[in-house]
Write a protein of this length. Structure first.
Length: 202
């Protein structure tokens, strides 16, 4: 049985149809029980397919449970699903750049309407963050034909993706190649490695 068939089966299940008919509006609450294993994820995936204009949030109790929900949902549906992880550090700064980057990426996708199912934890939902202002300041938009390479290199260095050019080849400095104006860099978070053509050729 394919995963699509699982969701198709829910279209003919009286209990699922009853849940869809009684789906609460904003501020409402509908308590459900008796959903073992991945059946809860299947129900959420089915509801997301049935109501394409609604955003669904899954509130897990632990990071491991949130990861399980995310894994199940990604196998059950093609609807855009993302994880908003809880922080692993205290204070203003998150010491784990991967988690900080994932949180920022998820919030940005959520604000831009690119997420239909959000998976998070109870703790993550109450953790305060200064992301909106930081995100605006840390966002760099490029366009073809741009010529402000000095400004670009300064912004990219400030974002932590690369060190300044003079550090290349210095003791303890970046060991990556600088050739034909290309400089390898890895932005914060889980984004893949990029080559940034922003430095003058040396």
């Amino acid at each position: 049985m394919t995963l699509a068939t699982i969701l198709d089966t829910l279209d003919r299940t009286p209990t699922a149809l009853d849940v869809a008919a009684r789906l609460p509006a904003r501020g409402g609450r509908l308590a459900l029980g008796g959903l073992p294993g991945s059946s809860g994820a299947a129900l959420v995936a089915w509801l997301a397919r049935r109501f394409p204009d609604r955003l669904f949030a899954v509130m897990a109790t632990t990071p491991a449970e949130a990861e399980r929900w995310l894994s199940d949902l990604q196998r059950l549906t093609d609807v855009a699903t993302a994880l908003y992880p809880q922080r692993e550090g205290l204070g203003e700064e998150e010491p784990h750049h991967e988690i900080a980057g994932e949180r920022v990426e998820t919030l940005q996708a959520l604000v831009e309407g690119r997420i239909r199912i959000l998976v998070t934890t109870a703790r993550a939902s109450v953790e305060r963050t200064g992301v909106p202002a930081w995100l605006r300041a840390a966002t760099l938009r490029l366009r073809p034909g741009g010529t402000d390479t000095a400004g670009l290199s300064a912004v990219v260095a400030a974002l932590g993706a690369v060190e300044s050019l003079r550090d290349v080849g210095s003791p303890g400095g970046h060991a990556g190649p600088v050739r034909r104006g290309l400089r390898p860099g890895r932005p914060r978070g889980r984004a893949p490695r990029h080559h940034i053509a922003s430095f003058p050729e040396h």
